[in-house]
Design a protein around this ligand. Sequence first.
Ligand SMILES: [Zn+2]
Length: 306
Amino acid sequence: MPELPEVTVIVNQLDKKLRGLILESIEYDWPKKFFWGGFSTRDLKGKRVENVERIGKIVSINISKRLTILIHLKLTGQLIYEYQDKQSLRSSSFDELRTAGLKKTRIAGGHPIPPLNLAVPNKTTRVTFTFTNGGHLYFNDMRKFGWVKIVESEESKIKEAIGAEFGPDPLVMSYREFCERLVKKGQARIKKMLMDQKFVSGIGNIYSDEALWRAKIHPKRSVASLSQAEIRALYDGIRQSLKLAIAKGGSSANAYVDSGGERGLYLSFAKAYHMTGKPCARCKTPIVREKMDGRSAHFCPACQKL
Ligand SMILES: [Zn+2]
């Protein structure tokens, strides 16, 4: 599942590429998960992309200040924007045009399966947005858990469309809000709590392991057992691990390809996640893996005591 850093990386890339493009058409074979909200292709055709931003784990494409396209990648969603680089076409001779000119540039991110360098559209393509520059944005989703919603660009409408499903953004949430939300969850295990999207949005198995390692908290500890200092360390640990991963271009346990179509720095930020047997960066004790609530928790048994 793409977590917050992976969504941030693709959103930043799309923002650079889609800004100012004009929508030509939208095709989809996915009526169950495409919510038009009373609008139609006619409302979007000819409209300009203002910007692309992230709201929690949602990709938000803002159209002409009036309408917003919300995309949730869920478990297996991926976004691929493919276009012909006009700059290189202009400078090419005719021969180059036929060869190099037909080469397309690709921005890709999200779930790594099917591989992000596979030809598009393919059998996982659910929605195709076509722009007047000839570029296409493909929303692929192998397991069809993701969705697309068209809403009015008003905070209340956007909140309504995504609100019930998601907790606050961990990079925006204040320390005070974090404490207030934790207090209500006394007996829950802290790792499970962090991964609950209603508690906080965008943290999954990777960044819960990373944040708990930074805060020196065992993943099976109950929320009620945490001291004020540990809660502070956890809040900071969450933000540090997310920011570091974003700076490193995101991650994936599998063959992650970053949004430039190239391999991201493969888990280069990881201190605990998938580091089983490797020495802890603080104390050199080998990192261990334990089953927990159907997932794996990675932690240092010396720094993170139960
Ligand atoms: Zn350690």
